[in-house]
Design a protein around this ligand. Sequence first.
Ligand code: TYM
Length: 328
Amino acid sequence: MKKRLFSGCTPSGNLTLGNYLGTVRGWERNQETCDALFAVTDLHALTVPRDPEILRRKSLDFLCLFMACGIDPQKSTLFIQSHNPRHCEVSWILSCQTGWGELSRMTQFKSKSAADRRPSGGLLTYPVLMAADILLYGTELVPVGEDQRQHMELTRRLAKHLNSCAGPVFPLPEAVIPPSTGRVANLLDPTAKMDKSHDNKDTYIALTDTPEEIRRKIGKARTDSRGDFAMDDKDSGIGNLVRIYSALTGLGTGTIIWEYEHRGYGAFKRDLGDIIAETLTPIREKYNRIHREEDYLKQVLALGKDKALEKSERAYKCIKDTFGLITC
Ligand code: TYM
């Protein structure tokens, strides 16, 4: 039997090369080998105030981008998280099983709540909703970037807790994090991760950027003040760019450094801009095509919702039953 796999992205900002290399790129292969679910996690977007019209638009944009990256709604379960109301229900049940102290110590909560004048309760319970997304489908594999590692640890603890109450029903979900692109860095500040909601669009490459924008952003990207291609500092700008180059071409970092050591940063950045543009152009074009097909999108949404409901039936009933809620 195929393993159950779940992943998703929150429809805020613009889907970036970081999201792509950190997780989305692998989904097309995942859907062949696994019973895969991919969600536009719109409920997660509500943790900070948003313009409802923009959230609606972004949710559809992300759905179309997932398909442009190779997700086939027939092979996978492609859906919008809020279309399956069980995510919220299970999230509430699991939040009652989670310590307030543990949630308030989460790294993402600490940094996001410090940056927010009136942090919402949702910001605190966000990782529980993520655990609900995963456990609701009896998930075994979860492709994510490095920044979700701590949330995955909480999810595993909750799975163990459920098993201690209900018997060994839930698999322990495993985070699948790519070793070299689990944390693609901000182009202008390599000590930070590339963030799709950053105010300055020059800090990231969006999947919908044109080749001109891509080349310009790579041209401006931070390299290293030493002027060489040393990879020893994990936070160096040039290290980040070489890892992106390597991930997109399949060439080892040593081969890339050998090639450009004498040709310099200028030649390296020109070639890298071209390589990224070549990768993203077909995605942007497919995205633009799918986005125009309104009737087809409605069918995709309806199919995804039905499949998500069906695949969540078993774990949903088991979780309710475990805590004494009557199912019918
Ligand atoms: P989100 O929308 O912030 O990011 C989507 C995915 O992209 C990864 N990622 C990165 N990978 C490499 N380099 C980066 N700079 C980078 N930035 C982001 C993230 O780790 C993530 O895998 N809470 C999640 C969405 C979610 C989810 C889930 C994921 C909700 N429920 C259940 C997996 C399973 C989020 O907001 O990711």
